[in-house]
Design a protein around this ligand. Structure first.
Ligand SMILES: Cc1cc2nc3c(=O)[nH]c(=O)nc-3n(C[C@H](O)[C@H](O)[C@H](O)COP(=O)(O)OP(=O)(O)OC[C@H]3O[C@@H](n4cnc5c(N)ncnc54)[C@H](O)[C@@H]3O)c2cc1C
Length: 473
C-alpha cells in the first residue's frame, strides 16, 4: 500500500481514509461536483475528526508533495471542491468536524467547527434564542467551512452582508500543517494584516479552515414576506429604493425572478402554485424583519406596497398571511435552481453589477443574446437587493442542451462578461472562481490585483499543495 495512505490511516483511523482499493467503497460523492460537470479521481478521501488530525494530515501530505483538496458539503457551483482526474490528490472532507464548540450570548457569537452544516448552525443559534442570518438554497448540505471558503452570499446579504461580514474569527491549518488560532470573537483588532479576510473567499487555496467564530443577532419579533408583480426591471429597482426607505434595516430580503424562471418552477413543480407570474415580466420577493411586532410589520408593508402601486412600480402584490405561506413563497424562489436543472443544461452566470445599472445591463445583454441566438431563453433571477443576478442562458425550446453548451458556451460567456465589465461589475458575485472561471480571471481581473494574489499564494503555499489549479490556475 502507498506509504502516505498507511500514514493517513494511522493518523485518522482506517475507517476515515477511503480509497478506490477498499472493497465496496464508492468515492463518487466526493469526486463529482454538484452540477455534474466534472468527475475527478482521488488518491484518497480523508475525514479528520479534529484540528490536530487536520494539521497532521497536511504535514504528511506536504512531506511527500501530495496536493490536498478541502471539501465541505460539496455543493459549490464552480468546481472548487473536487479532485482533478490524476488520482494523486487527497480530498480532505471536513464533515466529521461538525461540533458547536461554544455560544457566548453576551458577546453575540457562536464558535463552530468547519464541517458544521449551515442548517445545524442556524438551529443551534435558534435554540439559544438568536438568529444566524446566513441563508441559501443549499443550507441543508453546505458547511460553514465551505461558506467561508467561498464567502457565500445567499438571500439576506441586503441586511447582514456576505459570510465575510458574519465572521469574527477563524482557526486555520496552514500549508505547512501549523495551526493558527484566530478564534478571537473580537469586533475590533487592528494588529496588522487581516489574515481572517485573506482566508475567507480563498476557496481552500491558502489554508484549511477548521473552526470559526460567527456573529449572532437578535431574532426579529416578526417576519413578513410579500410577493409583488413588477412591470420592468427599472420598476424592480425603484421598488428596492422605496423598500429601503420604508423598512430601513427591516428589509432582509429582496429577490427578483424573471417570468421564464418562474414558468420553469410552474412546469416542473406545479404543486408549488407560483403566484402572479403569468401577466408580468418580473416578480419580486420581499422580506420585512421587524423588531416590534407583526401588526407593525404588516402596516409597514401595506404602506410600502400602496406607495409602490400608486407610483406604478408594482402592478399587483400578495402578503403572506402566516409563516407557512411565507415559507411557501421562499420555497418557490429556492426551487428555481432545481427547476432549471430539470429543464436541461444552461450556461450559468453569477454576476454582480451596481444596482443602478442592472436595468440597462439586462436590456442590452438580453437584446445582444437574442440577436445572436434566436429563440434563446433567459433564466434570470437573483439577489437584486445586493446587485447579484443569476443570469443564465437556456437553449431555445427543443434544442439539445449538450450541443448548445458545446457550440455557444464560450461565445455567450465572452458576450456576457464583456457586458459585465462595461457596467463595472464582477464576473463572480458569490459562487467563487474554482476551476470553472480560472481561465477568465486573467481576462477580467485587474492585472496588479492578480499579481498581488499570486504573491500571497506563493508566500503562504510555496509548494502549491492547497487546492492547486483553483482560483489562480
Ligand atoms: C441549490 C443551491 C443553491 C445555492 N445557493 C447559493 C447562494 O444563494 N449563495 C451562494 O453564495 N452560494 C450558493 N450555492 C453554492 C454553494 O452552496 C456555496 O458555495 C457553499 O458556500 C458551499 O459550501 P460547501 O460546504 O458545500 O463547500 P464545498 O462545495 O465543499 O467547497 C466549496 C469551496 O470551499 C473550499 N472549502 C470547503 N471547506 C473548506 C474548509 N474547511 N477550509 C477551506 N476551504 C474549504 C473547497 O475547497 C471549495 O473550493 C448554492 C448551491 C446549491 C447547490
Amino acid at each position: 500500500m502507498n506509504t502516505l495512505i498507511t500514514t493517513l490511516k494511522s493518523l485518522c483511523g482506517d475507517a476515515n481514509v477511503l480509497t478506490h482499493d477498499d472493497p465496496g467503497v464508492d468515492l463518487s460523492a466526493w469526486e463529482q461536483d454538484w452540477r455534474k460537470r466534472v468527475k475527478g479521481r482521488a488518491l484518497a478521501v480523508v475525514r479528520p475528526g479534529s484540528t490536530s488530525e487536520v494539521a497532521a494530515v497536511v504535514k504528511a501530505c506536504a512531506a511527500c508533495g501530495t496536493a490536498i483538496v478541502p471539501q465541505g458539503g460539496n455543493t459549490g457551483l464552480v468546481v472548487g471542491g473536487v479532485p482533478d482526474d490524476t488520482g494523486t490528490q487527497v480530498v480532505l472532507s471536513m464533515t466529521r468536524m461538525n461540533a458547536v464548540r461554544a455560544i457566548d450570548p453576551a458577546n453575540l457569537t457562536i464558535t463552530v467547527e468547519a464541517g458544521c452544516v449551515l442548517q445545524n448552525l442556524q438551529a443551534a443559534a435558534d435554540n439559544a434564542g438568536f438568529l444566524f442570518p446566513l441563508s441559501l438554497g443549499a443550507e441543508g448540505s453546505c458547511t460553514i467551512g465551505g461558506n467561508l471558503g467561498t464567502n457565500a452570499g445567499g438571500t439576506q446579504v441586503v441586511r447582514y452582508g456576505n459570510t465575510r461580514e458574519l465572521c469574527l474569527g477563524l482557526e486555520v491549518v496552514n500549508a505547512q500543517g501549523e495551526v493558527w488560532n484566530g478564534l478571537t470573537g473580537l469586533r475590533k483588532d487592528n494588529t496588522g494584516y487581516d489574515l481572517r479576510n485573506l482566508m475567507i473567499g480563498s476557496e481552500g487555496t491558502l489554508g484549511i479552515i477548521t473552526a470559526a467564530t460567527m456573529k449572532l443577532y437578535p431574532q426579529p419579533a416578526a417576519q413578513l414576506t410579500a410577493w409583488a408583480a413588477v412591470p420592468s426591471m427599472e420598476a424592480a429597482v425603484q421598488l428596492l429604493g422605496l423598500a429601503h426607505q420604508a423598512l430601513g434595516p427591516g428589509l432582509t430580503g429582496f429577490e427578483v425572478m424573471g417570468q421564464f424562471a418562474l414558468s420553469l418552477v410552474d412546469k416542473h413543480y406545479p404543486q408549488l402554485r407560483v403566484p402572479l407570474f403569468k401577466e408580468t415580466p418580473w416578480c419580486v420577493l420581499l422580506e420585512n424583519s421587524d423588531s416590534e411586532n407583526e401588526a407593525h410589520a404588516r402596516a409597514q408593508f401595506e404602506t410600502l406596497l400602496e406607495t409602490a402601486l400608486e407610483q406604478g412600480c408594482v402592478s399587483d402584490a400578495v402578503v403572506a398571511e402566516n409563516l407557512s405561506q411565507a415559507h411557501g413563497l421562499w420555497h418557490i424562489r429556492e426551487s428555481i435552481t432545481m427547476a432549471q436543472a430539470e429543464e436541461g443544461l444552461n450556461i450559468k452566470h453569477d454576476i454582480s453589477i451596481p444596482v443602478s445599472r442592472i436595468p440597462a445591463f439586462v436590456a442590452e445583454t438580453d437584446a445582444l443574446l437574442a440577436r445572436e441566438i434566436p429563440g434563446v431563453r433567459m433564466v434570470d433571477f437573483g439577489h437584486l437587493g445586493d446587485g447579484n443576478l443569476h443570469y443564465n442562458v437556456q437553449a431555445p425550446e427543443g434544442a439539445d442542451g449538450q450541443a448548445f453548451l458545446r457550440d455557444w458556451e464560450e461565445r455567450v460567456n465572452t458576450l456576457v462578461f464583456d457586458q459585465v465589465m462595461r457596467h463595472h461589475g464582477s464576473i463572480s458575485a458569490e459562487h467563487g472562481v474554482g476551476e470553472l472561471k480560472v481561465d477568465k480571471l486573467p481576462l477580467y481581473k485587474d492585472p496588479t490585483a492578480l499579481a498581488m494574489m499570486r504573491a500571497v499564494k506563493q508566500a503562504l503555499d510555496p509548494q502549491n499543495l492547497l487546492n492547486p489549479g483553483r482560483v489562480l490556475g
